[in-house]
Design a protein around this ligand. Sequence first.
Ligand SMILES: [Zn+2]
Length: 288
Amino acid sequence: MRFALVDGQRRIAEKGLTGVCPECGAPVLAKCGEKKAHHWAHKRQCSDTWATGKETDWHLGWKNCFPEAWQERILKDAQSGEKHIADILTEHNLVVEFQHSSIAPEERCAREQFYSQDGRQMVWVVDCVQSKRDCQRCLSYIKNHNIDILKSSIILFPDKFFPEKWIPVTSVPVVLDIGYWMAPHDVNGVCYEIMPCLFCILFENHKHYCCTFFFKNDFISLIKNGELYKKIELIIDKIILFIKSNRATHRLVHPSCAYQYFGKRFPYKKRYYYKGGKRKIGGRSRQG
Ligand SMILES: [Zn+2]
């Protein structure tokens, strides 16, 4: 972590300092090597099971995109007394969690629930740069579908392109950091780092998985000025309008609606077989 308490003061790690973990109260040591960004480390594991212990430069790099006062804020459940550190809590009540390692689905849901309570909102930022497979699949989504980067779309089979563990299960959006820089696409000729953002809409009892894209810089500004959720809600409104206006086509492409569209049976090719010199219709291949 970046901050520990030294004589009751929140401080960043400096050579020779010792402090205590603001969450569990255990002693922590300042690690100020040359290779990794300066940080605090527990002598033993933090009593908070959500604190992963090892923190990567990826993690610290992301946290540093935001004001220090927003970083590593302790949140407490008033009823159960459960405490956890949020990577970022903005002044607009948005929690941003940066996740480098994969976590179990139950734990992910527990965290979403914990961080989203008391009127807070939450967003995940997931490190996919480490996984070549994840990156390539995300890129194949962009390239195969010839995605217009500024357009949001419904994804029918999200696990075909995106990390299975990070397909949204609740309304909490998941932003994938794939470290992909797009070639200049507009007049000012600047390269942009783009990040896919997955989210899920529940509309007319159907879960619709959607994908939109953020330029990394825009994403950070949207968090800073408290507009991220407003932006996502606008996108959701557009997608719902799209679904409504394309209902018939939508049935065709939406697997769970296809059944209704085609009637009782999917059309299939009839096959014949011969028995006792007579031609019969049936599912078996031709006999005798
Ligand atoms: Zn601790």
